[in-house]
Design a protein around this ligand. Structure first.
Ligand SMILES: [Fe+2]
Ligand SMILES: [Fe+2]
Length: 188
């Protein structure tokens, strides 16, 4: 596996300056959340650093990469191939960078949709992506506060905000996002 400096240089090289700053913000927030909830700061930093590594890939490149690994796109992913930047990031992390920590890879893979029964690290990355310092939307400060008080409530709110946003734009909801929300309500 590459060292942190090598990974950072690789990520920086593949993203715009704005997107790279977002990534650094996610790293910072994820490490703080890991500290707050007793998770691994090292894993939080690594997953955050990687999470958007495939963000600049075109739809065609994303489809080609995930298909080459045997992944079959569902109808929502066919309609919105950019969702695949999360799965593609996990593939690059595993196959190019040499990461074998499944929890780190899953946190990258599910950072956009969420999923049922998320691990602590998956929750941290999902939420940090949403609340890092450069994010700005109505209610972000309340969500930031809640993220350090009750991670499941914060996750539910973030999922619901994102579901509403997708509906408002007239786009398709991913089944994993619905399952993530339902799970939190049933098990919460
Ligand atoms: Fe992303
Ligand atoms: Fe992101």
């Amino acid at each position: 596996m590459w060292n942190e400096e090598e990974i950072k240089a690789y990520v920086k090289d593949r993203l715009s300056e704005k997107r790279f700053n977002h990534v650094l913000g996610v790293c910072d927030t994820a490490v703080k959340m890991a500290e707050c909830y007793g998770g691994s700061k090292k894993d939080a930093n690594l997953a955050a650093l990687l999470h958007d590594i495939a963000k600049k890939m075109s739809d065609e490149e994303l489809i080609k990469l995930v298909s080459s690994k045997g992944y079959k796109l569902n109808s929502v992913e066919k309609n919105s191939p950019q969702l695949l930047h999360a799965l593609a990031g996990a593939i690059i992390g595993r196959d190019e960078i040499g990461i074998d920590n499944e929890d780190v890879l899953n946190s990258v893979r599910y950072h956009t949709t969420g999923r049922e029964n998320m691990s602590l690290l998956e929750k941290i990355i999902y939420i940090s992506d949403y609340i890092e310092p450069s994010r700005n939307f109505p209610g972000v400060d309340e969500l930031r506060k809640l993220s350090f008080e009750n991670i499941d409530k914060a996750l539910l709110l973030a999922l619901e905000n994102s579901i509403k946003y997708v509906i408002k734009k007239g786009e398709l909801l991913h089944i994993d996002t619905i399952k993530a929300r339902n799970f939190l309500i049933i098990e919460g």
